[in-house]
Every structure is written in C-alpha cells, then in structure tokens.
Design a protein around this ligand. Structure first.
Ligand SMILES: Nc1ncnc2c1ncn2[C@@H]1O[C@H](COP(=O)(O)OP(=O)(O)O)[C@@H](O)[C@H]1O
Ligand SMILES: [Mg+2]
Length: 469
C-alpha cells in the first residue's frame, strides 16, 4: 500500500492547492496594495490640482469665500493658512471650509507644514482622528504669504479596498477547498482506473488471461488499457498454443510408445514362431522410426521457436535438389505405385541452406506420396518465378479442400485422409517455418486433379558470391 502523500490524488490536489494559493497570495499581497497606492496617488494629484487653482486666485478679498467656492465645487476640504513669520512653521488658520462640515482641527498638518517650510508644493497622506486623508498643499509666498491645503478623505475608498480584501480572503478559502476537493476527486477517478489496470496486470502476471480489460475512454489511460488488452489477447493465444502443443506432442509420443510396449510384451510372453517374431520386430522398427522422426521434428520446432535454428544462405542448385529427392524416394514411390519424376525448367539457383531445402522437399514429396491414392503422378518441378527460384512438388491427386488449405500448415494438423495419413501433422508446419527462416515462402494451390506446394526462395545473384547474413 502506498502512503497517502505518495498517491497521485494527494500530489495532484497539493499541486492545485499550491497554484491556487500562489495566485491568491499574489493578488492579495501585490495587486491589491498597488491598486490602493494608485488610488491614493490619484486622489493626491486631484487635491494638488485643486490647490493649484486656489493658489491662482490668491490673494482674495475673502479667503473664506474662495475656500468655500472650491470646497463645494471639488467636494474637498480647502483650508488657507497664513504663514506666521515670527515663528516659522506655525500656521494660522484663516479659512477652513469643507463640504459636509468640519472634520476636526487641521492645525499642525504635516503636509501644510512641509509646504510652508519649503515654500513650494507638498503632497501625501495625513492621519487625523484615526482617519486618513489624501492631501496637497501649495505655499504662495507673494505679498501675503499663505499655504493652501486641500484635503480629501480616503475613508470611503479605503473601506472599499478593505472590503475587497475581505471578500478576496473568503473566496480564497473557498477556492482552496474547491481545489483540494477537485484535485483529490479527479485524481481518485484516475487512481481507480489505474488500480484496475494494475489488477489486470497482476492477473496476467499470474497466468490468468481469461478476463478482458475494458476501458473505452479516449484518453491516455484508455490507450494504455487497450494496449494491455492487446497484450492479454496475444498472451492468451500463445498460452493456448503452448498447452495445445504439449497435449499434442505427448499424445504423439504416447501412441508409438504404447505400440512398442505392447509388442515387447508379446515378444516376451508368447511362444512365437520365427515369422511372427520378425513381423513384430518389423512393426517395432516402424514405431522407433516414427519416434525418431517425431523427436527430430520436435527438436526443430523448439529451435525455430527459440530462434536458435541456424540456416546458411548459400547459392543452392535446385535442379540438383530435385534429382536427389527423386532418387531418394524412387523406391518408396514404386512401393506405393506412384509415378515420381523431376521436371527441370532451365537453371534455378536459390539462396538458402541445402540441407534445409532438402528437408522441405522431403516433407512435400512424402506428403504427395502419402496423402494421394495409388497411381497418382508426382512431379518435382524446378524453375523461376518473378525473379525467385522455385521448387514445386505437384501431384494429380484429389487435392485439398479450400477450407483446409490454411490449416494444413498448422502444427499437428492432419487431414482425415484415411489410415495412410499416419504422420505427426508437423511436416508442413516445419517446412513453412524453415522457408521463412530462409526468407522464402511456401505457397499452396490446390484443385481436384492438381495440387502444388511451391517453395519460393530468393534467387542467388549471379552464380558465385553467396549472400552473407
Ligand atoms: N499433396 C497432398 N495432397 C492432399 N493432402 C495433403 C497433401 N499434402 C498435405 N496434405 C494434407 O495436409 C495435412 C498436413 O500435412 P503434414 O503437415 O505434412 O502432416 P502429416 O503429413 O504428418 O499428416 C496432411 O495430413 C494431409 O491431410
Ligand atoms: Mg507430412
């Protein structure tokens, strides 16, 4: 079991949490304060403009009237101080007007004092009675030296800002919880599908290929599931083939062994005359041959399966192979009353392993003699086709039904060709795999009266240089 912090769900929701928290912190700590500063700035600038306009009209006959007119027009408090020359920086309030009435004493205002001290313009934020004001002050050092202070309450704006901040905090909390839930929920959904795949993989690892893996979603996990399913099907097929192979092979081994055992017992137990003894020994010899052949075939198959079968790639004169085959099977063909003849059509040199080509040829000729009725003519033909060299074994027997044509190449497949068909059913399977190992192929064309198994091999280029693997 993985600890909770290592699950995809936990990691995803933590990542979401960090992102959301980061964004909110950025807004709260950087965006909001900078907005607030710009707001204060613009208020100060506004106050400065009003102060400048008041200063333009100074000196006035009625300072109070002047202050009042601007105060109501700009909705800002306008205060005019006289600079007291005897003690610098002490300002005398000569007109203090503001829209909405007085807001407490404004003497000792730091902004006004700064303007008086520098005899120029000053602006900033002043706090009075727990409230903050954006202020601008202009010193007018003409004949009657004065300081004009314009002050605008920031209370409303600042309280809106703090309201925004509060709401932001609340929505941040909601967003964080939502991110946590969403991340975790989404990841759990994925995690469930991943766990299903994990269980499926475990099942396959334990050799259980029966349960299909289903996930039809179009995302990456769905793709993965489909790849798993393909793997399961392939493994199930291989497993089936393996079991079948073992069952077939042991069955094939048992039959001759039973027969051998039976004959052995007869030989030991019974009082036999010489003729019977010879017959039994002859049958036993047949079974031993059959076993030997089967053992060789099984060995070839296991080598082919393991990819350990070595095949040479030399130029092989197929006409010579055909002659060897006809020589080898001549007496067998005579015994079963088949006609057997070579048919060489020009030269044909294929690239391959002579012994393996002979082995294929033997399997094909043997089949043509064994699976056809007596009197059938069998021809070993050599020639070229589409730049490839071919060795074909053709007979005018009854042929192979189209529905069997694919199966004859399967391992252990035997047609129901009567008692004569006593092979193991491995001949054609091995022949095809050998041909493929030599980059060739075996094609089958069959109709009643003409059946041809054709081995096609890459033609050797020229006569000399053998291809190197
Ligand atoms: N020339 C042929 N004519 C008719 N049937 C054939 C011929 N060659 C092969 N077959 C069929 O194909 C089957 C498989 O052949 P093969 O793999 O060599 O196995 P086996 O010869 O041991 O039966 C045979 O059992 C037979 O039914
Ligand atoms: Mg055969």
């Amino acid at each position: 079991m993985i600890s909770w912090f290592r699950t995809v769900g936990a990691r995803l929701s933590l990542a979401l949490l960090v992102v959301v928290a980061g964004v909110l912190a950025f807004v709260y700590l950087i965006v909001v304060p900078s907005l607030q500063n710009r707001l204060i700035d613009s208020r100060e600038a506004q106050a400065a403009r009003v102060a400048a306009r008041v200063a333009d009209q100074w000196p006035a006959t009625s300072p109070r009237g002047l202050a009042l007119s601007f105060c109501s027009a700009a909705n800002m408090r306008v205060t005019i101080f006289e600079i007291n020359n005897r003690s610098p920086l002490s300002l005398l309030d000569i007109a203090d007007e503001c829209a909405g009435g007085s807001v407490g004493g404004i003497d000792d205002d730091p902004i006004a004092e700064r303007a008086a001290a520098t005899l120029s313009t000053a602006r900033g934020v002043a706090t009075r009675g727990g409230r903050r004001y954006a202020e601008a002050a202009v010193a007018v050092p003409a004949n009657r030296s004065a300081v004009i202070l314009v002050s605008s309450s920031l209370q409303d704006s600042l309280s809106s800002v703090s309201l925004v901040k509060k709401r932001l905090l609340v929505s941040a909390l909601i967003a964080l919880v939502a991110a946590l839930l969403l991340g975790y929920g989404g990841a759990r959904l994925f995690a469930r599908r991943i766990r299903r795949l994990e269980r499926a993989a475990d099942r396959i690892a334990n050799g259980r290929f029966d349960e299909p893996i289903e996930d039809s979603s179009p995302d990456e996990l769905g793709e993965l599931a489909r790849a798993f399913e393909r793997m399961r099907q392939r493994l199930a097929g291989l497993e089936h083939a393996r079991r079948e192979f073992i069952a077939n092979a042991s069955h094939e081994l048992r039959t001759p062994l039973f027969s051998l055992g039976g004959h052995l017992e007869l030989l030991v137990d019974e009082e036999l005359d010489e003729a019977m003894r010879r017959e039994f020994l002859g049958r036993m010899r047949e079974q031993v041959d059959r076993l030997t052949k089967l053992a060789g075939e099984l060995l070839d198959l296991s080598r082919l399966d393991a990819g350990r079968l070595r095949v040479d790639r030399d130029p092989v004169d197929l006409a010579r192979v055909a002659e060897l085959l006809v020589d080898e099977f001549e007496s067998v063909a005579q015994g079963s009353e088949h006609g057997l003849e070579p048919h060489v059509d020009g030269t044909a040199t294929g690239l391959g392993d002579e012994q393996r080509i002979l082995q294929i040829g033997r399997a094909l000729v043997e089949n043509a003699l064994r699976h056809t009725p007596t009197g059938t003519r069998v021809r070993v033909r050599v020639g070229r086709e589409n730049g490839r060299a071919l060795l074909a074994v053709e007979d005018d027997g009854p042929g192979i039904a189209p529905e069997d044509a694919v199966q004859v190449f399967e391992r252990f497949y035997r047609g129901d060709g009567g008692g004569r068909a006593s092979g193991s059913g491995l001949g054609l399977a091995i022949a095809r795999e050998l041909a493929e190992a030599m980059q060739g192929e075996i094609a089958l064309t069959s109709a009643p009266g003409r059946t041809a198994f054709t081995l096609l091999l890459p033609a050797a280029s020229g006569t000399s240089s053998p291809a190197i693997e």
